[in-house]
Design a protein around this ligand. Structure first.
Ligand SMILES: Nc1ncnc2c1ncn2[C@@H]1O[C@H](COP(=O)(O)OP(=O)(O)OP(=O)(O)O)[C@@H](O)[C@H]1O
Length: 973
């Protein structure tokens, strides 16, 4: 059967052009035999034969009932090991040659259903972009991709803005920045960029949340003011506020401070400037502004007194730190940033105009004065004439996410908004076109007891259903009927999506406001295919500002639903619902149209983890309490606290119990801390310790053997092929419970190099960011082993890297955030230092270099021993020279003049380095917001020194060594 062939945008066929054309024609003709297409089991890929030495990597996907062939990569000279997509999978070419050719890739194992589905396909375009999945751009996206900078893209949720933005970002050269308000979005964009091992040598790319971007200039002192903190301040001033500002709520005042008073690129407004604002530029009438201005001054004072900072005000102060750093900048969800914040980002461009902005003003759910016109005015200033002329906006109208029914309803609401308030601006004045092949469903149901009972039964145990209410204060009422932990206010739901969504009395809960939203709008006003641009009738009319929250909130809430949407309303005859074309679905069949769904424990665990990453703590906690209940472990995991408690008893010879002695000995061997062994031998005369350290001095050969045995014993369950019991334990005690050694199962599995177990634990939402008391994450636990076990480094680090290595390493030096990316040598060197510090001076483990030589710090030869074991795609052969490592060590040293100055480590003696004592690491303690902590506190240097250094005489003599760091000796100045 003929077959469409789509070609990956980055496929390089220069050297095999003719052969490629022939192979492509054969596949298009459905003749897989001539192309010699064979499966590369066990990977999902196939290969075709281009000529004797070269192969073409393929993948087959489905679009509806059709099978489509994707041409991904040319594999030159049989070098499957260099393939970007195969990621080092071992392919036996001779075995493949013997495989039979397959006539139809969808047929052989009858697995067409499990093949990747393309969501949408262009009628004629043959090129595809690859993010997490292959995407063929529609014409509007393709046009944006081809536009020269500056580019401004307006598109609603699900219109593929992020996809096209990333495609464009990949084409830029030099130092490139992607920045957006939400840390979660920045992280997911980075994951999409990196997907399938994408790398681009022509660019150095950073993905930062706005907060992180600010931190790269200087980390603001104190904590960021949160809305909750603001609410507490607001409550304290409620009386004054009420008398002067009426019943303005906390959200509105926060936004007036953020979006109006503090938003201007020229700095916070003084009173005359504030009073001079037009009626559509502030929520407050002229008379109230004086009071608001005074309050703003008090707010700023309160921030200072409470050691809080407001990123908006920081943006203004940091303008002086802005330097031309970036060649190209992408700002996603630009509507979430104020002008002063935007100005700060754009001030960091090397050449004005080298940016792409994208966003959607229909998604603003708190009063916000974002307007495309204001954004335009802002960058108009910085642009030379010609660039400014080109400054057109591109609109993406398609929606690749929601089903047709949901999109139709959202469009109806946009029409009502337009008819009632006029256009917000020319740019956001469009309807959305659904690109979904599915029709979907929208229903209106009354708040009858039986209906609510049915809905609760359908949704309570399913991760596929979410319940959305208007405001936080509406949640308790929803919880009376819905037991699902997935109850969100609109604010919280922004940026989320669920297959099925219930809106609980959103409209009836605010009948009057929603009646205003559709006041004077008639069915006839909605009979349009396009939105015509029109201004509001009365320019002084502030109703749009006042009601924008309600209409946009409803819009955001609706568009969270991918497939089906249910509106549950007490007032089912509200005029807005009628205008939206919603009628009550009366029959019991309609009521229970959705079957009861039950998600598995793993699915709930994943959902909790996802929500946690997005900062939705409340729902994550609710999931844990409802579906992931666990018991405390019945053992006492090893810890510094426990050992400190044992120490006096363990070392006191008169104490009869050997239990604390044995625990201390095992702990010492596990972590490689010889000091405790010596003391147990000398002071306690503990027989097992005496065998290791007769007379108190360690017999290293015996210690190596004992350590290996003990480690093997503890790792054995995590290395075993059958790990059912372990998973059962995770169900009982939680996936991140602390085992007897104090490590989580993921840390142990990583150290054991057990990929299948690592994957099973990640599947159960194990947290790869948790650390042990030496600051070791599961990834650092694996690296620690790699430093003493070369075969492990060779066999396991590559595959573990893809699963658990952090995409970036954030450190703070000189009060700035320095982000180390995975492809930078500094990322690896610092990771090895963090992973290796604990055992740098150990005598309990056989390591390639003597602990005496290691005491002054890490050195090129030592680091290189591990780095050369990494697969080529992680550590290129060019980096294998020791001189290269010495160069990197020198350039990131605290006194180096190299730019950018990273100041990651300090030179202790010639060629030896230790992490800069001034360095701080971003840590992710259980459930808390990430915080900065000094590196040696995270690595627990004091405890490491207690356990390893006493019996190494050289330490004391080596001016600056693994003794507690002497800050003065390493001061960056
Ligand atoms: N041309 C396309 N064909 C098929 N799928 C697409 C296409 N463009 C985007 N998508 C998919 O549609 C979904 C939404 O795209 P994307 O996240 O880029 O939209 P967005 O406009 O950034 O949405 P939001 O503002 O809600 O984040 C993604 O799963 C993306 O892979």
């Amino acid at each position: 059967m003929p077959m469409r062939v789509l070609v990956y945008k980055d496929l390089d066929i220069r050297r095999v052009k003719t052969a490629f054309t022939k192979v492509r024609a054969a596949i298009e003709a459905g003749d897989l035999r001539s192309a010699d297409v064979k499966k590369l089991a066990p990977t999902p890929y196939w290969r075709a034969k281009l000529d004797y030495a070269n192969r073409l990597l393929l993948q087959f996907v489905r679009h509806g009932q059709e099978t489509v062939c994707l041409a991904l990569e040319v594999i030159e000279n049989h070098a499957y090991d260099k393939s970007r997509f195969l990621r080092g999978a071992s392919i036996d070419e001779s075995k493949i040659e013997r495989e039979p050719v397959v006539a139809n890739p969808a047929a052989p194992d009858g697995k067409a259903d499990s093949m990747l589905q393309l969501r949408w396909m262009h009628p004629s375009r043959a090129e595809f972009e690859l993010l997490d999945k292959p995407i063929v751009f529609d014409d509007a996206q393709e046009a944006v991709r081809r536009l020269p900078a500056p580019v401004v893209v307006v598109g609603s949720a699900g219109s593929g803005k992020t996809a096209v933005t990333l495609a464009k970002l990949r084409e830029a050269e030099g130092h490139v920045l992607y920045v957006t308000q939400s840390a979660y979005l920045a992280q997911s964009a980075r994951a999409l960029y990196d997907a399938h091992g994408y790398e681009n040598a022509a660019q150095e790319v950073e993905f930062l949340s706005y907060r992180e971007f600010v931190e790269t200039l200087r980390v603001p002192a104190g904590r960021e003011v949160t809305f909750t903190a603001f609410c507490n301040w607001f409550d304290r001033h409620r009386q004054t506020l009420r008398s002067q500002l009426g019943d303005l709520d906390a959200h509105a005042l926060f936004e007036e401070f953020r979006g109006v008073l503090g938003a201007s690129a020229q700095g916070p407004l003084d009173l005359p400037a504030y009073l001079a604002l037009g009626p559509r530029q502030s929520l407050l009438a002229a008379a109230e502004r004086e009071a608001a201005h005074k309050l703003f001054a008090r707010y700023r004072q309160w921030l200072q007194e409470s050691q809080l900072f407001d990123l908006n005000l920081v943006a203004h102060e940091w303008q002086r730190l802005a330097a031309p750093n970036y060649d190209f900048v992408v700002i996603d969800e630009v509507q979430d940033l104020t002008n002063v914040q935007l100005a700060l980002v754009l001030a960091c461009l090397k050449r004005p105009g080298q940016f792409l902005l994208c966003g959607d003003s229909n998604q603003i759910v708190h009063p916000n004065f974002f307007s495309w016109a204001a954004v335009r005015t802002l960058f108009w200033h910085g642009l030379a004439g010609e660039a400014a002329q080109r400054q057109a906006l591109s609109v993406l109208q398609a929606n690749f996410r929601n089903t047709r029914a949901v999109t139709d309803l959202a469009n109806a609401l946009l029409k009502i908004k337009q008819a009632r308030f006029g256009s917000i601006d020319k740019e956001s004045n469009f309807l959305v076109e659904s690109a979904s092949p599915q029709s979907g469903q929208v229903r209106l149901l009354p708040t009858h007891t039986a209906t609510l009972r049915d809905l609760d039964a359908q949704t309570r145990a399913s991760v596929q259903h979410a319940i959305i209410v208007l405001r936080d204060e509406d949640k308790p009422a929803a919880r009376e009927h819905f037991r699902s932990p997935l109850v969100f206010s609109v604010h919280e739901a922004k940026g989320l999506e669920y297959p099925h969504v219930i809106l609980y009395t959103l409209v009836s809960g605010q009948r009057a406001a929603y009646a205003e939203v559709c006041d004077g709008v008639a069915q006839a006003d909605l009979q349009v295919e396009q939105l015509a641009y029109s201004r509001a009738r009365d320019k002084g009319d502030k109703s749009l500002e006042l009601y924008k929250f309600y209409v946009n909130a409803l819009y955001v809430a609706m568009t969270r639903a991918v497939a089906t949407l249910v509106l549950v309303e007490s007032d089912t005859s509200h005029p807005l619902l009628a205008l939206l074309g919603l009628q009550v679905a009366e029959t019991s069949a309609a009521r229970s149209a959705t079957p009861v769904q039950t998600s598995t424990r793993d699915e709930w665990a994943q959902e909790a983890r996802k929500l946690e990453l997005q900062g939705k703590e409340e729902q994550a906690r609710a999931i844990r309490e409802t579906f992931l209940q666990t018991k405390p472990v019945p053992w006492t995991p090893w810890s510094e606290v426990a050992m400190r408690e044992y120490l006096p008893r363990a070392l006191d010879r008169t104490q009869p119990s050997n239990k604390p002695r044995q625990a201390l000995l095992d702990y010492a061997l596990w972590h490689g801390q010889q000091v405790w062994i010596g003391q147990l031998a000398k002071q306690a005369q503990f027989a097992p310790a005496l065998r290791l350290a007769p007379g108190g001095d360690l017999d290293r050969a015996v210690a190596w053997r004992e350590t290996a045995l003990l480690r093997q014993r503890h790792l054995q369950p995590y290395a075993a092929r059958n790990f059912k019991d372990l998973l059962r334990q995770c169900d009982q005690y939680g996936v991140d419970h602390r085992g007897p050694t104090g490590a989580t199962p993921l840390m142990m599995a990583a150290r054991a190099g057990h990929l299948a177990l690592v994957e099973a634990l990640l599947e159960r939402a194990a947290n790869p960011l948790l650390t042990d008391e030496f600051g070791h994450t599961p990834w650092l636990a694996a690296l620690n082993r790699a430093m003493e076990d070369a075969p492990f480094a060779q066999q396991s680090i590559g595959m573990l890297f893809d699963r658990i290595a952090p995409p970036v390493l954030d450190v703070q030096t000189d009060a700035r955030l320095v982000r180390l990316e995975r492809h930078q040598a500094e990322y690896w060197i610092l990771s090895l230092m963090l992973a290796g510090l604990k055992t740098q001076c150990t005598m309990c483990v056989k390591r390639p270099y003597s602990p005496y030589r290691c005491a002054d710090g890490f050195f090129a030869e030592e680091l290189g021993t591990t780095l050369v074991c990494l697969p080529e795609y992680l550590w290129k052969a060019q980096r294998h020279k020791r001189s290269y490592l010495n160069q990197v060590l020198a350039r990131a040293e605290i006194n180096s003049t190299y730019l950018p100055a990273r100041r990651l480590w300090a030179r202790t003696t010639n060629g030896h380095y230790l992490p800069n004592p001034q360095l701080q690491l971003r840590t992710h303690a259980d459930g808390d917001a990430p915080t900065w902590r000094p590196v040696y506190e995270v690595l627990n240097l004091a405890w490491v020194n207690d356990g390893t250094s006493h019996s190494a005489p050289d330490f004391a003599g080596a001016g600056w060594s693994l003794r507690p760091p002497v800050a003065a000796a390493a001061s960056p100045t």
